[in-house]
Design a protein around this ligand. Structure first.
Ligand code: GDP
Length: 298
């Protein structure tokens, strides 16, 4: 546990150093707040979250009668942790059998890797998993998913060049017939046009719902933590099209834009089920608001 926290810290330090250095002086004055504002914006926290944090911090500083920058830094950690707290929510499996989890994300976000990691995480918890490779356009995507399935020794349903929604229907039916605990549906990340992509994802959602009237039970979006404010744009667009239930934020082991979680918390608070902190199968961690806030300020 220690090692991933260190990786998160060293990743976020690229952001964090900017925020942390604001507090290396000796005085609490307007300059400090101005520098802090700039540092939060640089870390891609966005205008709304930055203003919220500054107002909240001034109130906390007054209440605590803080006199030293170090104390202000600790109060900022509290303010960020409180802002991020609503994003901290566990992924719950077991209410439905199978629990159908649809996973979306633009190419390169780390979707396939995250599905591999999530499969491992679920299997470690004793759940049986079936993977549905609905990205029928890209042979490479199917092959990569098959490698992950192999590594995790789980079943995979796929079809070359077929209708993605039909693959999902088959997978959910197979998941039911085989008594699986979880069906993980990997969707395409890019189609000829962005509009087309959303249409296809909506279709998959509808067809999954035909195979099981209560499904999908979870709709996850995988986003690259390095994309900054663009991550927020993606959350909004996918949420509007698919009604997201959770996020997986990847590549937080090497980002200078860790403030984007503050923007998400403020503008589109979809729970963060997991964070990716490396390329290996075990590099998936549950999100903890306080740990994250502290890593951001390390
Ligand atoms: P997809 O196109 O969304 O399916 O993306 P992939 O799963 O193929 O991942 C794209 C690249 O990001 C690969 O090189 C992965 O190893 C890398 N990657 C994914 N998640 C993480 C992470 O949490 N940390 C780091 N450092 N790299 C990651």
């Amino acid at each position: 546990r220690e090692s991933w926290l260190n990786r998160l810290k060293s990743g976020l330090r690229r952001t964090g150093s900017g925020i942390a250095t604001v507090f290396t002086g000796t005085r609490i004055d307007e300059d400090l707040y101005e520098e802090l504002e700039a540092a939060l914006l640089m870390a891609d926290s966005g205008v709304s979250a930055t203003q919220h944090l500054l107002t909240d911090l001034r109130r906390r500083v007054k209440e605590a009668k803080a006199t030293e920058p170090a104390a202000v830094k600790a109060l900022l950690a509290d303010a960020i942790a409180d802002l991020l707290k609503p994003l901290q929510k566990p992924l719950v499996i077991g209410e439905h059998k199978p629990t159908v989890i649809m996973v979306a994300g633009v190419n390169g976000a780390g979707k396939t890797t995250s599905i591999g990691k999530l499969t491992r995480h679920l299997a470690d918890d004793g759940a049986s998993v079936l993977l549905a490779a609905a990205d029928t356009f890209r042979a490479a995507a199917r092959e990569q998913l098959a490698v992950w399935a192999d590594r995790n020794t789980v079943d995979i349903v796929t079809q070359e060049g077929g209708d993605p929604a039909a693959v999902c229907f088959d997978a959910v039916s197979a998941g039911k017939a085989r008594g699986k605990d979880v069906v993980l549906v990997d969707t395409a990340g890019r189609l000829p046009t962005q509009l087309h992509l959303m249409e296809e994802l909506r279709k998959i959602r509808r067809v999954v719902n035909k195979a099981d009237a209560s499904a999908p039970h979870e709709v996850l979006l995988v986003i690259d933590g390095n994309t900054g404010q663009n991550a927020l744009t993606q959350v909004k667009a996918f949420d509007e099209a698919l009604q997201l239930t959770g996020l997986i934020i990847t590549k937080l082991d090497g980002t200078a834009k860790g403030g984007v979680l503050c923007a998400i918390a403020r503008e589109r608070p979809v729970p963060v089920y997991f964070i990716g902190v490396g390329e290996k199968l075990e590099d998936l961690e549950t999100f903890d608001a306080r740990e994250y806030a502290q890593a951001l300020l390390s």
